[in-house]
Design a protein around this ligand. Structure first.
Ligand code: RIB
Ligand code: CA
Length: 326
């Protein structure tokens, strides 16, 4: 039997999302990956209130004909912080304010809550599950508080969040996911000692794609591409306004934030450069609350070091995005 005839073990993923537009891209990328089994999607407050996140996630699964993927209700608010959303960017409903009159109803949600579901799915598949977190980390923080040994049974954790040069997209020094629930981000970076890969705000900006690629990407003659064109219209307009140009780290470009984390979980060869460093999150700073702190001097004596993503194979990444809408 030749190499390509040997059935490859499927990668098992759980995605924790706050479906907004880039979370939708990330979910569609995971569903399009041939050797990935998406065990379930857990929903969290974030880009939009939880009820919208749940509806939006089901809408994405519907356009992908994958309503078989279990969706779980998670935390509707942060551990301590006041709730914040990103409605101006993702649209009030979180998916570009282009409602679907035939959207799937919330009766399709699983009865089990997200935190218990994460614990169960990981414990049922010890050492095999990669957890991809593209939302504020409230659900993950609750999960490790409920089951402190959970990270030992995780294959890996992939996070979109945080920053390396104190660049903010939400506050002066804060990236949205780590600002929306700073305590949860602190707990997760402290307690998840499994291999952890972090796609930070600056990394995602520097890995942005040309808008000319987006034209090609959305021009595919598929229902998924037409869906993505509709839901991303608002954010594509917003990101080119002066207000959003200020937050960009490296000039204009299409930054699909969440997809970098899921792409790294799907493809073993996507990540081309990373650095390993102990990290934590500032909780008290007037200007710096939610900022990720990198302990290069090892003063914090943290044995666990995260992989901070630096560069990816952008040609492979583009192909994964194209496949997501095929
Ligand atoms: O800062 C970008 C992150 O915040 C992305 O996950 C986006 O979806 C928002 O949740
Ligand atoms: Ca997100």
């Amino acid at each position: 039997m030749s190499q390509d005839q040997i059935p490859r073990m499927k990668k098992k993923l759980i995605m924790d999302v706050d479906t907004g537009v880039d979370d939708a891209m990330a979910i569609m990328m995971a569903l399009a990956a041939p050797d990935v089994e998406l065990l379930g999607i857990t929903c969290c407050h974030g880009n939009t209130p939880l009820e919208n996140v749940l509806k939006n996630t089901l809408r994405v699964l519907k356009i992908c004909n994958r309503l078989d993927v279990p969706v779980y209700r998670g935390c509707a608010e942060p551990l301590v912080a006041h709730k914040r959303h990103a409605g101006d960017f993702h649209g009030k409903d979180g998916l570009g304010d282009v409602p679907d009159p035939d959207a799937p109803g919330l009766q399709l949600l699983q009865k089990e809550k997200a935190v218990e579901a994460i614990i169960k799915m990981v414990n049922d598949n010890p050492g095999e599950v990669s957890l991809v977190a593209t939302a504020p980390l409230t659900n993950l923080a609750m999960a490790v508080k409920l089951d402190p040994s959970l990270p030992e049974r995780l294959k890996a954790l992939y996070i979109m969040g945080g920053n390396t040069e104190s660049r903010g997209n939400t506050t002066v020094c804060g990236e949205f996911n780590f600002v929306a629930d700073s305590e949860a981000a602190y707990v997760v970076l402290d307690r998840y000692t499994c291999p952890t890969y972090i796609a930070t705000w600056e990394f995602s900006c520097r890995s942005s794609l040309p808008w000319s690629f987006v034209d090609t990407w959305l021009a595919q003659d598929t229902d998924k591409a037409r869906f993505m064109e509709r839901i991303s219209c608002h954010t594509r307009k917003m990101v080119q306004t002066e207000r959003y140009q200020k937050e960009l780290v490296s000039g204009p470009g299409f930054n699909s934030c969440d997809t970098y984390a899921v792409a790294a979980a799907i493809s073993d060869t996507l990540l081309t450069e990373s650095e390993q460093v102990a990290v934590t999150v500032e909780l008290g700073g007037t200007y710096t609350r939610g900022m990720m702190v990198l302990d290069y001097m090892e003063l914090l004596k943290k044995t666990h070091k995260a992989f901070i993503m630096k560069t990816v194979d952008l040609e492979k990444f583009k192909q994964m995005l194209m496949d997501a809408l095929k």
